[in-house]
Design a protein around this ligand. Sequence first.
Ligand SMILES: [Zn+2]
Length: 315
Amino acid sequence: MTKRLSLELRRMAFESHDACVSCGYAFNKGDTSHLGYGNDDEPLYVCDKCAKLLKETAIRHYFMPRPYILPVPNSKLWRYMDFTKYVSLLASRGLYFTSADSFEDNYEGAKGLKNHKEKWDSHFLEFFRSAIKNPPPEYKHGLSEVEVENQASKLLADLELVGMANKQSTFISCWHESEHESEAMWRLYSSFLANAVAVRTTYESLYQSLGRDPSIYIGRVQYIDLKKSYASVNDAFWRKRKSFEHEREVRAVVHDLDCKEQGKVLTCDLDQLIEEVFVSPKAPAWFAELVTDVNKKYGVQVAVSTSELIEEPFF
Ligand SMILES: [Zn+2]
């Protein structure tokens, strides 16, 4: 294995994650996926059967399904924000990702409820004990029961430390998935301010606008009942409590061990990202003009619409 991973190869493995690009075989958990290059140095992401097409194997992966569900490409995504944040989006020509550590929801990245931790701990202790006692056939662990116990406990403590540290190195941009504008979201994310806007995009546009970057994961949050289940080690940033279900959140997630800030801006093609901008239903008439002027100032060509919520009814 050469470990040579070009952007094209990483992107191919990212986009075709679930299936072999040659024969279309749908990978199952535990299968091997092969990443490499064919005779003409073209990138390939293939199954065992098609691995013979590889002239160079870069790396092999133990296949794991994505920890999140992909929205359909034209699924509409909304981001409600006050005017200052909108101007900052335009001025920075980038999307702000907030550190998971600075979210108000202190369950962000959590595996479960504290009073269920004992069960979780004993499950992983048993898992680590078994792994230590059953090394590959050519090795002998040669450890006493006490040493096995100490090592298992240390691994468990490390797992928890990593879980805490991940909160600081995980950055998230949150979106609301819906066909329609939402009155509740205006209330929640713009405090129903007069000077607020909602940006509408689609899953595909969000992905494209961030440069089809295989290190940015975009998917649906799943809402779980923590009284009955846990988030697993890889799922933690893709699970939230049932009480947040109304958010219908799609999030973009990126990991960065070096960034020590509360958030980071990732370059984003705004013309691709922003399909339409809606101004708050509480906004005065001149506000839409202001938003249009600001768009012009920053060279973003996008339609500005008034909220559908203020359309007049008849009886
Ligand atoms: Zn195949």
